[in-house]
Each structure stands twice: as C-alpha cells, then as structure tokens.
Design a protein around this ligand. Structure first.
Ligand code: NAD
Length: 353
C-alpha cells in the first residue's frame, strides 16, 4: 500500500514516515523544496521516496497525487504556532487552501485514497479549567480562539465534505525525546506565556505516528478521534517544561510563569485534557507514558546531565529575564495579549470563521 505523507520532514512527519516504513508500507514523503528538507531526505529510511511540492500550488499538488497514486494520504503539512501568528495570509493559504488542493487532487483519482487529516485540539479554543466541565471529547463544540484553531475547523469541514473516505485526528501536545527540539528559544518563550495551571494532555510523537499509520487502514472511516497519551500525560502546563528540563539535568532551570485568571474564560490557551479512549480502542497508539519519556530523555543526555545541572541556576536567571511577563507587573497570564505583543494578533478574522 502506498501512503503519501505531507509535511513529511516536520516533527510529526518524520516520525510518521519512519513508522509507516517500519510497517512495510511504500511511503512517499513530500514537503517544501528547501535545503533543510533536501538534507533530511538523505536520512530517510531505505525505500522511502522524497518528492517536493508546495501545497499552495494546485497544479503541483495535482501532479504529485496523480504521479504517486496513493491508497492513503496522511496530511500533516501546516503552518503552526507560534510562527503562524506572524503571517495569517500564508496560514490560510497553507492550512485551508492547501488542504483543499490536496482533496481536489485526491478526489480525481480513479480510486480516491483514504484521507487522514492532522487537526488539533486548538479547534476548541480557550479552556478555563475552573469553569469547563469534564474533558474534551470529539463532540465538545468547537470554538476557536486563534487563527490556528480557525484554520483547522475550516480544514476539517473541507475534509468532511470531500468525496472520499476520511478520518480526522485531533492531536494534543506533541512532545519528543529528541533533545534538539528543546533548544529553540522562541518555543521556550511561547511556553512561558501560557497559564501555568492550564490543563494539557501530551503525547509522544512516536505514538502520534502510530496513530496516523493505523488510521490509514483501521475501521475508522468518517470518525474524528482525539490523540493524546495515556492518563500519565495529563498535566498542568507549568509542570511540563520544568519536568523535561529536570530530566535533562536543568533542575529548577525553568522559571515559573503565571497562573491563568479563573474569572476570565477567554484568557486561557487552547489546550485541555482529552478523552482518547476511542482512539486507543481502534488505533492502539499509546505506548510511551510520561515517566517513560522522562527516563528516555535522561538516558539520551547521559553524563552531560551533570554539566547541565551545574548551569541550572544561570539558565534560570537568563530565562527569567527573557520571560514574557518579566517586569510587566501582571498578576495573571495573558496568553493572547502576550502573543500579540511578541508576534502579532492571533485572533481569527471574519474571513477565518
Ligand atoms: N506539534 C504539535 O504539538 C501539534 C499539535 C496538534 C496538531 N498538530 C498538527 O500536526 C501536523 C504536524 O505538525 P508538526 O508539529 O509536525 O509541524 P511542523 O511545523 O514540524 O511540520 C509541518 C511541515 O509542513 C511543511 N509545510 C509547511 N508549509 C508547506 C507548504 N506550503 N507545502 C508543503 N509543505 C509545507 C513544513 O515544511 C513542515 O515540514 C500539523 O498539521 C499540525 O497542525 C501538531
């Protein structure tokens, strides 16, 4: 079975390509034609073919799909936070129009492929843990708070209306034990502006990859599934980065941010705990618990943990001064305001809804 994976050199894409190849599938990995991706292509698992296309180019997408003739498409390519906030027009073109281009090309195939879309729990919008009831389910009403969630709602609608078999996977907070991912300062800044007591369900990227692989063949056509890790992945936001940092040796290295305002439902980030039981039942994706991830992270960094441990107080001081609310006098986190200040207004515009 041939599977076409878009966004194949991204965080989720790389893991998904590996998973599918390990399962013996014929995989075509597609992404933008940029030097970093050309370099990454050299390290693809044996037998995986790389093809380059910009999903905003309808003709290039049509050529790609007709040349590959996939039996399934795993559509991961997207512009995501925090960089999405800097360029809303590009986000619309990639996240919404790019999805439409891919769907139109897929529908034209003699046998249209199964289409598996990567969506996000960002579709649910701001989640105040003091006032929401229960955990997220596929039936929780969508209510996007930012351009990202709004793009995903639109992409989902396009998929549901398309003339082919589809499955939508809404992902929680995807984490990896690959250490390079944690060295990006913009990501640390972004995490630092989120309410520390906001609820977040994480999931190991390898389990996300498993879910996408399984969704290309499992009896899940027409279903929207929530992809989170097991119950050990239910955290409050402020515990995640500090636990990961501690696993690397940076004990106490990450300064505490601010809690969210219990009285303001709109001032929370779009994450929450989720009911992944249906996904686990049909896809069986949960293999890496949170303690497993921390242990593996510590093992990967090895003896360097001791060096990092010595630098933790310095890291704490540096990160504290770079933190989003440093010197602002704010009592509660203001995630959307802080995003607007650092990048741009994150809210969807009328045309996004
Ligand atoms: N990472 C998370 O925590 C998370 C959470 C929820 C949902 N998701 C969704 O999962 C999917 C994968 O996310 P990720 O974390 O791997 O993101 P990523 O940014 O690492 O990868 C996205 C890939 O899409 C590619 N891309 C962007 N524009 C393109 C274009 N015009 N044409 C072709 N390719 C293009 C990029 O080059 C990149 O390789 C996305 O759809 C994202 O919205 C991710």
């Amino acid at each position: 079975m041939t599977v076409l994976v878009t966004g194949a050199f991204g965080l989720v894409g790389s893991a998904t390509v590996k998973r599918l190849a390990a399962d013996g599938r014929r995989v075509v990995a597609t992404d933008l034609d940029v030097p970093a991706n050309r370099k990454a292509a050299a390290a693809l698992p044996a037998g995986v073919e790389a093809r380059y296309a910009d999903l905003t180019d309808a003709a290039a997408v049509a050529n790609l799909v007709s040349a590959v003739e996939p039996e399934a498409i795993v559509h991961l390519a997207a512009v995501i936070p925090p960089f999405i906030y800097m360029n809303k027009p590009l986000a619309r073109r990639v996240n919404v129009d790019g999805t439409a281009n891919l769907l139109r090309a897929a529908e034209k195939q003699a046998t249209p492929p199964r289409f598996v879309l990567a969506s996000s729990i960002a579709v649910y919008g701001s989640r105040n843990p003091h006032t929401v009831e229960g955990v997220l389910t596929p039936d929780t009403p969508t209510n996007p708070a930012d351009i990202y969630g709004a793009n995903k709602v639109k992409a989902e609608k396009l998929v549901r209306e398309a003339n082919l078999d589809w499955t939508i996977l809404r992902l929680g907070g995807v984490l990896t034990v690959d250490l390079g991912a944690y060295t990006k300062l913009d990501n640390a800044y972004f995490e630092g502006l989120l309410p520390t007591d906001g609820r977040l369900q994480t999931v190991d990227v390898r389990d996300v990859a498993w879910a996408f692989g399984a969704a290309t063949t499992a009896p899940v056509i027409g279903e929207t599934l929530l992809i989170g890790g097991d119950d050990t992945h239910r955290h409050v936001q402020g515990d995640v980065a500090s636990a990961m940092a501690a696993a690397m040796g940076l004990v106490g290295g990450v300064p505490a941010g601010l809690k969210g305002d219990p009285k303001s439902d709109g001032d929370w980030f779009n994450t929450d705990w989720m009911d992944s039981s249906r996904a686990q039942e049909v896809l069986g994706h949960q293999h890496y618990s949170w303690p497993d991830m921390l242990t593996e992270t510590a093992e990967k960094i090895g003896w360097k943990r001791y060096l990092l441990r010595a630098t933790a107080p310095l890291a704490h001081q540096l990160l504290k001064r770079r933190a989003p609310y440093y010197g602002t006098g704010k009592i509660y986190a203001d995630p959307w305001g802080a995003i607007a200040e650092k990048w741009a207004d994150p809210r969807p515009e009328a045309e996004d809804l």
